[in-house]
Design a binder for this molecule. Sequence first.
Ligand code: T4K
Length: 370
Amino acid sequence: MNNPIQVTRSSMPGLDEYVEEIKDLWDNQWLTNMGIKHRRLEAELARYLNTPNIALFTNGHLALEYLIGALELKGEVITTPFTFASTTHAIVRNGLTPVFCDINPHDYTIQTENLESLITEKTSAIIPVHVYGNVCDFKEIERIAKKFNLKVIYDAAHAFGVTVDGLGVANLGDASMFSFHATKVFNTIEGGALTFADSSMKEVLNSYKNFGITGPETVEYTGGNAKMNEFQAAMGLCNLRHVDEEIYKRKIIYERYIENLNNIKGINLSLPQKGVKSNYAYFPVIFDGFPLSRDEVHDELTKQNIFSRKYFFPLTNSFECYRDRFTPDETPIAKYIAKRILTFPLYADLSLGDVDRICAIIKTSITNVR
Ligand code: T4K
């Protein structure tokens, strides 16, 4: 049996490079609470993402959860259920009501045609998701948000380094949340960041992630603890040096998948959007009219020690914890896609031979069925 192939594998710098980066932590013994490496990483990421305002967090989820609190959003927030648990939970954990909008069948982002009909006098914000790094229809979202005076926060957990017509996605909307989790294109082990348009938010966010403390004897907000520590920041400083090469390697693998799987009946691929520089974060495939169902393909690969993932199934509006509140029937396209989508292994060091093998298993599975 071949070695297991997981859906992804963390990118890591050489051990020597990381050890060199963390050495001085033993001199100054300053390990967290917005230390030197934290500040350096913020500056370097602002440059890389070409955006003026950034605040680091211990993970992407808390960044989003605290941002919603800091913006003092109220009532209802329009979002999509085709996402990781985090997006919906961040809304609900702030005491707000998520209102689910359906997704586009081609790029799985929020369907703007339906957006206006979901807005009520209680709506305070829209939280769309750049799912798999596909960029939402930001121009239409911006138009609607302006018309109804709503905040726009992008869940950009998948969209690190993505640009649209040359503009970094970190500059869209009022704010964006990025995840630097171990499974992401750029990681700080666990980690995340917010980018935002209003520079005065920086102090508020820094305070929110540090218990709401604003001075030696003042606590102005009911914040919590979501600071990135110096070891995380050190990992980020190292990984950032290699991220362009990582994305390039992913592109080669992505293109190999396309070469292998293009033009197979029943297999729909999500090709890069026009004007978008992708980060090749995920390789989602829709099985629709293929001789095997999505679940059968998943099980066939698993038998061969290849672990694809059903990102995103189940939809968040069908989670057990929301059983009595929401239903996936309100978002029929998302429900349809979630039943048919499978994300294939994709990471910088995946060999092209392994990509060919994965694709060959899928192609031969058709003949086995016949
Ligand atoms: N919004 C969206 C749209 C998101 O996708 C996410 C996170 C968030 C918000 C929240 O951001 P964070 O708070 O996480 O920063 C994984 C990740 O844990 C999660 O970060 C990510 N989305 C989600 C899509 O995927 P799981 O439960 O699938 O992870 P797990 O542990 O099964 O790992 C998947 C594979 O990754 C493993 O089979 C092997 C590989 N792996 C995993 C870990 C933990 C590594 O190579 N190294 C590792 O350290 O959620």
